[in-house]
Design a protein around this ligand. Sequence first.
Ligand code: DQA
Length: 148
Amino acid sequence: AKLLVLHGPNLNLLGTREPEVYGRTTLAEIDADLAARARAAGHDLESVQSNAEHVLVDRIQQARDDGTAFALVNPAAFTHTSVALRDALAAVALPFIEVHLSNPHAREPFRRTSYFSDLAVGVVAGFGAASYRLALDAALVRLAPVNT
Ligand code: DQA
């Protein structure tokens, strides 16, 4: 199947951005690891990062026609602000897992609100770069629930 990974604003800085919160793994390393794991399981995986809300909205709309079966979405700061991104996911009815490196519930109060969690199949948060890998494992279970 076709899998899509969406990364929101400032995640291009992973590796050097507040490493005590987000770790030292770069986004390129995360994306390469996810692509290799998906490929090994017989799937295709594409990753997109943008600091611009409209780019992410446009990519989600494109998923309506390009055969994307499932998404992993770390909306980053848009988690707490973006009705537009939420509406795009709802419009396309794209099943997705919400992913966070940090645990937003253990941080500032404004991070406790997510515009995505109630639409998501599930949420993986708090495991650093491994959050993405755990979310991919969950997506693979969802896509091929045989013997799991
Ligand atoms: C984040 C958590 C958000 O609150 C924050 O704005 C981010 C990253 C995470 O992965 O932990 O940019 O989504």
